[in-house]
Every structure is written in structure tokens, then in C-alpha cells.
Ligand binder design. Structure first.
Ligand SMILES: NC(=O)c1ccc[n+]([C@@H]2O[C@H](COP(=O)([O-])OP(=O)(O)OC[C@H]3O[C@@H](n4cnc5c(N)ncnc54)[C@H](O)[C@@H]3O)[C@@H](O)[C@H]2O)c1
Length: 279
């Protein structure tokens, strides 16, 4: 059984859903937790429950896209746990904020308010950028760290009816590839984790007609996340893992073959061609 004892994981959007489940999974293997959410009430309740089970937990209600809050959090995390080793960028404004029936009654792009379109861009793309740039330097100084960005399946990136949610996840996917390149060789890695389909959280309201018990359950995200935090994944950088296909019973090579791909879309092949700078 892998242990994260002595290491600290920061999970954003940890008050419910996938973030909450990932936090519980990391608590079970001994990680100290810094949990962040904009919903103060739900976050406090979550923190109390984890502490009652013996977890080392620090909660901070904040907006992941607010630079002053991110800086204050860095100071608090350092004073509580000596810093952050694992950052999971999970918080997002979901498609259900456009319409609770977004899979059946699809809003046209001209029907989505500018405010919501931009709010998604701010939280779902700038949020991970801000949190990553705030916490990555100490990881590089310690020559160990993990950044895990939660994006989504390719077809959701261009699914109609969900405003900028899909394009934001595509942007985060591209940003993740840049992050992976920038941290390469430092001991820090940046990877993407996706569920691989709709998950049983408030992002998939029952009005859409999908049976909750047939959806991916949030707990499925735990095993691939825990593996990404392990020493076995020290050299794994710029990879996207698909939780639905992650089968811990398989030998590692086959598991990765079935449940991973490079971050972003290098296989599309339409790479830009630069003119030679040689005379
Ligand atoms: N549920 C799915 O089907 C699904 C599928 C693919 C990817 N994802 C992604 O997985 C992640 C978790 O999704 P979920 O289904 O658990 O969603 P959720 O809505 O249940 O939880 C998201 C959490 O993020 C918090 N949050 C929102 N804005 C915030 C902000 N500005 N600052 C801090 N916290 C904020 C919310 O309060 C909420 O607790 C998201 O990135 C989501 O896009 C979800």
C-alpha cells in the first residue's frame, strides 16, 4: 500500500464531488491536506469529517482565481505543513451552471451570457494557472512535486450547449502540456487526469436523464491520482490518464497503454512549420 505520509496535497474544489473523493483517498494514505473551495459552508463540514477520522487537514474558503488569496494560502500551507508537494487543480464552474438540462436542451453559443462565459474562463483556466505558478517554485526547489490538472474527455471540449466549459478544458489541456515542458527534468511533473465520461456529481443533474448508478463514481479518480503521486510515476510527465479505463490489476505497461495518452493533441499531426533561421 502506497503512503503519502509526510507529504502535503492541495486539492481545489474539495468540498464535494470528485475533489472531495480525491481528498478522502489521499487522506487514507496519510497525506496532509490543504483543502480549498469557494463554498465555505460545505468545505468546513468536509474538513470536520476528515479531521474526525484522524486526518491532518487545513481548509481555506477562497476563490482559486484570486491572486491575493493564492499568495495568502501559500503562506498558510507553509506554516501548517511546510509547503505543498501535490497540487490537484480540480475546482471548476461546471456546465450545469448554463442549464440543468444541458445534455438535452442545448443553449446556442449566442444565448450564453458574457458574464458566465468569462467566469468559466477565469475559474477553469486562470485558476489552475494561478495555483500552479504560486506553488510550483518550492516544489522545484525541493526537486519533487506533482501538478495534476483535471480536464475532460475530448468530445466534451467541443460539446454544444455548455458555453465556454469545453473550450476552457481544452485550454487547460494545452496549458498542461506547456507546464509539463517547463518542469521537465526538475523532479516536478505535470499531468492530466480525466474521468472518461459523466460522473455522479452535481455537474450531471438528474434532469438529463442519465441513471446516477450507471455514471462513473467519483471514487474512480482515486487510484490513478494516487499512482501519479507514487515514486513509480517519478518519470511520468505530460501524460493524460483516464480513470474509467484505469485497471490496477493490470501490469503497469498494459495499464498505461489502455488508460493513457499524451497530454493535448500531438497526434493530430497538423503541427506548425517554421521557416529555417539559417541563412
Ligand atoms: N462531473 C463530471 O461529469 C466531470 C467530467 C469530467 C471532468 N470533470 C471535472 O472534474 C472536476 C470536479 O468536478 P465535479 O463534478 O466534482 O464538480 P462539482 O461542481 O461537484 O465540484 C466542484 C467544486 O469546485 C468548487 N468551485 C467552483 N468555483 C470555485 C472557485 N472559484 N474557487 C474555489 N472552488 C470553486 C465548487 O464550490 C465545488 O465544490 C472539475 O474540474 C470538472 O470540470 C467533471
Amino acid at each position: 500500500m502506497m503512503s503519502l505520509k509526510g507529504k502535503t496535497a492541495l486539492i481545489t474544489g474539495a468540498a464535494r464531488g470528485i475533489g472531495r473523493s480525491m481528498a478522502e483517498g489521499l487522506a487514507e494514505i496519510g497525506a496532509n491536506l490543504v483543502l480549498v473551495d469557494i463554498d465555505a459552508h460545505a468545505l468546513t463540514a468536509m474538513g470536520v469529517q476528515l479531521k474526525a477520522k484522524g486526518g491532518q487537514v487545513f481548509t481555506r474558503a477562497m476563490d482559486v482565481a484570486d491572486p491575493a488569496s493564492a499568495e495568502a494560502l501559500k503562506v498558510e500551507a507553509e506554516s501548517h505543513f511546510g509547503g505543498v508537494d501535490v497540487l490537484v487543480n480540480n475546482a471548476a464552474i461546471g456546465p450545469e451552471s448554463i442549464s440543468s438540462r444541458y445534455l438535452t436542451d442545448r443553449a446556442k453559443f449566442w444565448e450564453v451570457s458574457d458574464e458566465l462565459w468569462l467566469a468559466m474562463l477565469r475559474v477553469n483556466v486562470f485558476g489552475p494557472q494561478l495555483m500552479s505558478r504560486t506553488f510550483v517554485r518550492p516544489m522545484i526547489e525541493r526537486s519533487w512535486g506533482r501538478i495534476v490538472n483535471i480536464t475532460t474527455s475530448l468530445d466534451t471540449m467541443y460539446r454544444p450547449g455548455i458555453g465556454s466549459y469545453g473550450p476552457c478544458k481544452a485550454a487547460l489541456e494545452a496549458a498542461s502540456r506547456i507546464m509539463a515542458g517547463d518542469v521537465d527534468g526538475t523532479g516536478v511533473t505535470a499531468n492530466v487526469l480525466v474521468p472518461g465520461g459523466p460522473v455522479n456529481t452535481r455537474q450531471v443533474p438528474s434532469e438529463n436523464g442519465l441513471p446516477a448508478d450507471k455514471l462513473i463514481q467519483p471514487e474512480q479518480m482515486r487510484a490513478p491520482l494516487i499512482w501519479l503521486c507514487s515514486d513509480e510515476a517519478d518519470q511520468i510527465n505530460g501524460l493524460r490518464l483516464i480513470a474509467r479505463r484505469w485497471n490496477p490489476q493490470l501490469p503497469l505497461e498494459r495499464r498505461l497503454a489502455e488508460a493513457s495518452a499524451p497530454v493535448a493533441w500531438p497526434q493530430l499531426g497538423a503541427q506548425s512549420v517554421f521557416p529555417s533561421t539559417q541563412p
